[in-house]
Design a protein around this ligand. Structure first.
Ligand SMILES: Cc1ncc(COP(=O)(O)O)c(C=O)c1O
Length: 406
């Protein structure tokens, strides 16, 4: 947050939009146009030369998209924001902007499967290498930082293991070496965590998730300094072209208005489900940042408002049993997104993280028995009832039939 808005609950509704400039329209108008007309050839020349403010072409700027960019900047406490056609368009645009052939990226131990795929692509095509690091101590990071390290890339909570990384620690080490820190804040949303306040440099989101919140849009966002955002806007956004459509920007502006209300409910429901899962005999262990007994609880308290809406857990058994659990659910949907009103469940080893080689996947803590749950906004008792009946079926299949003969 900047000084313009004191509270996020107000900023999510008002930041970036002034109704007076749009005939009093309460909702942000959708400027569904590819291009903008000039009053004269001379005006066109001035706009292209940057001598006059104004819109030119929607890949270079659009009023609906601008409102969204200003809003995300406000929520993350950044000078400027950018919007993209997908979370991966944001990830790739930021990573390409910060690197050149031969550079090195230091990554958290565990990233989203397609981010992993993009890191591999950078390596294969441009010899931009990467190392994964637990980032639990400064020493672990120092050992892997090289003169050609130009970016530190962090996911916290890490998808799908829910491990946390201390952002202040990472930012401190990075500052010493003058390396920018990029944080994928998708799992928390700006309501639960603001990485720039911890000293990081760029924050990005798959806005497809909590920011959109309704499972009806694919989009990405980034925020950081004016200078960095301008560089990305004029290079890897404008020239690679992963721009968001005005309608999708509008969907995000609409979804964002309820972000704090939704996040509070996601967290409340998740906390309840965690407590129930921990008591069920078919469950081996539960990973949740808000779990007081969890290894990373102190980090959660330091940098997150609450534990979030995502839980992962391991069951006793095998891949087949994990799949059986998913198949036995009633209204909980098997799907690989997260942050929607609907509770979604997925099996990372065969779905979101199936592109990662098995050995690396195991090192990241993604076993065949690991299941990720995105807790929705339904009644928490109903969510648990559905999970419980499926977990009970696993238990019943495991327990041999007892003989009642004396
Ligand atoms: C943590 C994280 N980052 C980035 C992405 C990519 O986002 P998108 O699917 O919007 O391209 C995802 C998608 O699941 C994700 O979970």
């Amino acid at each position: 947050m900047t000084e313009k808005f004191k509270n996020m609950e107000t900023a999510v509704i008002h930041a970036g939009y002034d109704a007076k400039q749009h005939l009093g329209s309460l909702a942000t108008p959708i400027f569904q146009t590819s291009t903008f007309t000039f009053d004269s050839a001379e005006q066109g020349e001035k706009r292209f030369a940057g001598e006059e403010e104004g819109f030119i072409y929607s890949r270079l700027g659009n009023p609906t998209v601008n409102a969204l960019q200003e809003r995300i900047a406000e929520l993350e406490g950044a000078e400027a924001g950018l919007a993209f056609a997908s979370g991966m368009a944001a990830v790739s645009a930021v990573l390409v902007a910060l690197t050149k052939g031969g550079d090195h990226i230091l990554c958290s131990q565990g990233v989203y499967g397609c981010t992993f795929g993009f890191l591999e692509l950078l390596n294969e095509k441009y010899q931009i290498t990467h190392d994964f690091c637990a980032m639990e101590t400064a020493e672990q990071m120092e050992q892997l930082i090289r003169p050609e390290t130009t970016c530190i890339y962090v996911e916290t909570p890490i998808n799908p293991t829910m491990k946390l990384i201390d952002l202040e620690l990472v930012a401190r080490v990075a500052k010493k070496h003058d390396i920018p820190v990029v944080v994928d804040n998708t799992f928390s949303s700006p309501y639960l965590q603001q990485p720039l306040q911890a000293g990081c440099d760029i924050v990005l989101h798959s806005a497809t998730k909590y920011i959109g919140g309704h499972g009806d849009v694919i989009a990405g966002l980034a925020a950081g300094t004016k200078e960095m955002m301008h560089t990305i806007a004029m290079t890897t956004l404008k020239d690679v072209g992963g721009v968001i459509s005005p309608f999708d920007a509008w969907l995000l502006l609409r979804g964002m208005k309820t972000l704090p209300v939704r996040m509070d409910r996601h967290c409340e429901n998740a906390e309840y489900i965690v407590e129930q899962l921990k008591k069920h005999p078919a469950v081996k262990c539960v990973f949740y940042p808000g779990d007081q007994a969890g290894k990373d609880f102190a980090i959660m308290e330091k940098q997150m408002r609450k534990g979030g809406g995502l839980i992962s857990f391991e069951i006793h058994g095998s891949k087949q049993q994990a799949q059986k659990l998913l198949n036995d659910l009633s209204f909980i949907k098997i799907a690989v997104s997260l942050g929607d009103a609907e509770t979604l469940i997925q099996h990372p080893a065969t779905m979101t993280h199936s592109g990662i080689p098995e050995q690396t996947r195991k090192q990241m803590g993604i076993s065949d028995e690991l299941i990720r749950l995105s807790v929705g906004l339904e009644a928490k008792q109903d969510i648990w009832e559905d999970l419980q009946q499926a977990l009970d079926q696993l238990e019943e299949a495991e327990t041999p039939v007892q003989s009642h003969h004396q």
